[in-house]
Design a protein around this ligand. Structure first.
Ligand code: FES
Length: 111
């Protein structure tokens, strides 16, 4: 068994929280496989996106330990922390609206 940490959030403006799950990590299991396992066996309220499952649609982007990755092409590992992409408007949990990139903060603007 492995422990993975998923950033959960009920939607824009809601307080995010980290939730830990025990999953039976199999050899070469992907991050998406872990999310599927959690959804199918532990918690059906987990929101995440997948479509092609082969690295083509780019819809399954998440952050793993702070790095943006395709969950269907990234090997899962014990202790990983999975969160949504930061630069897009959050819908819920790991789902963001890829059509709504967030604007840079005013402090980052250089005029
Ligand atoms: S599900 Fe399409 S790229 Fe991962």
């Amino acid at each position: 068994m492995a422990t993975v940490h998923i950033r959960r959030c009920d939607g824009p403006g809601a307080e995010p929280r980290w939730v830990s799950y025990e999953v039976p990590l199999e050899d070469r299991m992907t991050v998406l496989g872990v999310l599927d396992y959690i959804y199918e066996n532990v918690d059906t309220s987990l929101a995440y996106y997948q479509s092609c499952r082969m690295g083509r649609c780019a819809g399954c982007f998440v952050q793993v330990n702070g790095k943006g990755v395709l969950s269907c092409e990234t090997t899962a590992f014990d202790g990983m922390r999975v969160g949504p992409l930061e630069n897009y408007e959050l819908v819920r949990d790991l789902v963001v609206d890829l059509n709504k990139p967030l604007k840079k903060r005013a402090s980052n603007d250089r005029g």
